[in-house]
Design a protein. Structure first.
Length: 598
């Protein structure tokens, strides 16, 4: 079975059942499945598909790039003995875009949104013996108001647009819980006071229950608390690193979370009814703080220079779905080996397992959502709704340091002069800040920003090696605050009218993109070179301009891997290096962190 690992690392329970693997599958191009009641399971589906891979992928076993806006899935399963007499929850990691869920011919629920997790309690639909799960999916190919990111609206990928993903593309799984159980577990690191704020809900019967929370660090218990909840929602604070044990044993080892020291605190939470355990979950958190000051990004109250790489999270045989859990881990390990300390996940809400490995290994992440291609009330509603689900799912991951709700004015094409679209970007900024006050929010990564915590600028105008004048201008544009804010690298203003730079850190968050063809690959890059030597020379030339800047406090290089027709990755699409890892690492660390001039 592909993708057999536990899919929700921030809230782990023992009793679960993975439903990945072979499912029955059918295209419904005439959209007759609901009318003909395919959910009654009388129709024989003509295909098989390997879940969680979309039908457009090789790993699905179908590998069909054509448009099929309506598809159906069917899977039979049997509950194991430990799951009987418990509440059964059905979880979907992600289904693109709309889905209707049936259990034993009963409609259980509906979900809209292609990038976030959702679940339903299916207990009341469970019968004796074999259960049948049926899923109907609608992924409208011509609707430009849905957040689709890099998924192309034409049959063959081209330019910066890639093959679509339709239907189930993350793990499907079952979970058995007691009637009374924990939901919505949330950790907030209160770094300056040395505390962690813990919030959770107890569903269906909090009265007369006891909740025990234990926290350990490096295998040793460092905090414990027993609570008697008085309502569904409980909030409590536990002191962490001002305790005696930390002042003595762990001071020299460090306790905070950074990419260099990814320290994590393990948490267990037990719900008891008298002497009986009725729920038990495992989780973790990291102690870290993010803020900005004096034009710099601060991590744990110290200036921290971000060396990010643009990571689009595509794989040749799985598209948006990594073929294995190790593949997610490998991308982080390779990025760090190349000298990067983080990534910007571009136009994709990444699998929670990637975030887990970023937490464990130590890797900064800028979280981004797929964008719609146009602006309308529907587009506003759909994008905003997904952001609520993104933050609820991913809030606990210490690796995430920033949210990027809009990229290069996608979905707000007239934001420069259109007040309505400006209010949309402002609305997203303030909504995300209201949901998560612990992270930075970039209002419009690239240009035409309104209110933002980072001035994030895209500039690919470094030119070819022989274009000395163009390169000199590129260096001058990056050199000072006045030049970088006045330049229009894509013929776009950095801020919209009525907004200006207010001291936030300035980062170059897309640049580079050197195209380098390896083997039989063909495609494009922002500039192109013919061999490894020229690639390294061009990389050094571009990075020299970045590191000599007196205003930049970080960067995000485009990009980690080739993707389909794009050959501007440091690695090939199948993660092979185009040149020596140590050489790229040296160039990412050749110059000291610059002093910012305000």
């Amino acid at each position: 079975m592909y993708r057999a690992e536990y899919p929700r690392p921030q809230l782990v329970r023992e009793d679960w059942l993975n439903l990945n693997g072979q499912w029955e599958f059918e295209f419904d191009d005439e959209n007759v499945g609901t009318r003909d009641k395919w959910f009654l399971n009388t129709k024989e589906f003509s295909r098989k598909i390997e879940v969680p891979f979309a039908y457009q992928t090789k790993l699905s076993g179908i590998n069909d790039p054509k448009f099929h806006d309506y598809v159906w899935y069917r899977k039979e399963f049997t509950l194991n003995e430990k799951m009987k007499d418990k509440r059964i929850k059905l979880h979907f990691g992600a289904v693109d875009y709309r889905s209707w869920i049936y259990i034993n011919e009963q409609l259980i629920g509906f979900h809209e949104g292609g990038h976030t997790s959702f679940s339903f309690d299916i207990t009341d639909a469970i019968t004796e013996g074999i259960q049948t799960l049926t899923v109907r999916v609608n992924d409208p190919s011509e609707d430009e108001t849905i957040p689709r990111g890099k998924q192309f609206w034409e049959e063959n990928s081209a330019g910066i647009w890639y093959t679509r993903t339709t239907g189930i593309w993350q793990t499907v799984w079952l979970e058995a819980v007691h009637e009374t159980h924990i939901e919505k577990l949330k950790f907030t690191s209160l770094f300056d006071s040395g505390d962690v704020l813990i919030e959770f809900e107890i569903q269906n019967g909090y009265k007369n229950r006891m909740v025990e929370i234990n926290i350990d660090f490096k295998g040793q218990k460092i905090a414990s608390q027993i609570i008697s909840p008085i309502e569904i929602y409980t909030k409590t604070t536990m002191n962490i690193f001002n305790r005696y044990i930390f002042r003595t044993e762990y001071h020299s080892q460090g306790w905070s979370w950074t990419p260099e020291t990814p320290n994590l605190f393990n948490v267990t939470i037990e719900v008891r009814d008298g002497d009986s355990r009725i729920d038990f979950v495992e989780s973790y958190f990291g102690m870290r703080k993010i803020h900005t000051k004096n034009g710099m990004f601060y991590l744990n109250n110290k200036p921290y220079y971000q060396k990010l790489v643009l990571d689009q999270g595509y794989w040749p045989e799985g598209l948006l779905t990594a073929p294995t859990d190790d593949a997610l881990k490998l991308d982080i390990e390779l990025s760090k080996k190349l000298g990067f300390n983080g990534c910007r996940k571009h136009q994709k809400v990444e699998d929670p397992r990637f975030l887990y490995w970023a937490d464990k290994i130590g890797f900064l992440v800028w979280g981004e959502c797929a964008a719609p291609t146009t602006y309308s009330n529907d587009a506003v509603s759909r994008l905003t709704r997904e952001w609520f689900e993104i933050i609820e799912r991913d809030y606990n991951h210490p690796c995430i340091v920033a949210w990027v709700p809009v990229n290069e004015s996608w979905g707000v094409p007239h934001v420069l002069n259109n007040k309505t679209q400006q209010h949309h970007t402002l609305g997203l900024y303030h909504t995300l800040k209201s949901l998560d006050a612990t992270r930075l929010v970039i209002s419009n990564d690239g240009w035409e920003m309104t209110k933002t915590d980072i001035c994030a600028i895209h500039n690919y105008n470094h030119g070819h090696e022989i274009e000395a004048e163009k390169y000199a201008y590129y260096k001058s544009v990056l050199a000072t605050k006045k030049e970088i804010l006045q330049a229009k690298p894509a013929d776009r203003d950095i801020y919209v009218e009525g907004f200006k730079h207010e001291g936030e850190p300035i980062l170059l968050t897309e640049f580079g993109g050197i195209g380098f063809k390896v083997g039989e690959d063909s495609g494009w890059g922002y500039t192109n070179v013919a061999n490894k030597e020229d690639y390294l020379a061009d990389y050094e030339r571009i990075m020299k301009a970045v590191f000599e800047s007196k205003i930049l406090h970080g960067y995000c290089y485009t990009q980690l891997t080739d993707v389909e027709q794009e050959i501007n990755g440091i690695l090939t699409y199948d993660r092979k290096p185009k040149c020596d890892f140590e050489a790229i690492n040296r160039l990412n660390n050749l110059w000291r962190q610059p002093t910012i001039e305000n």
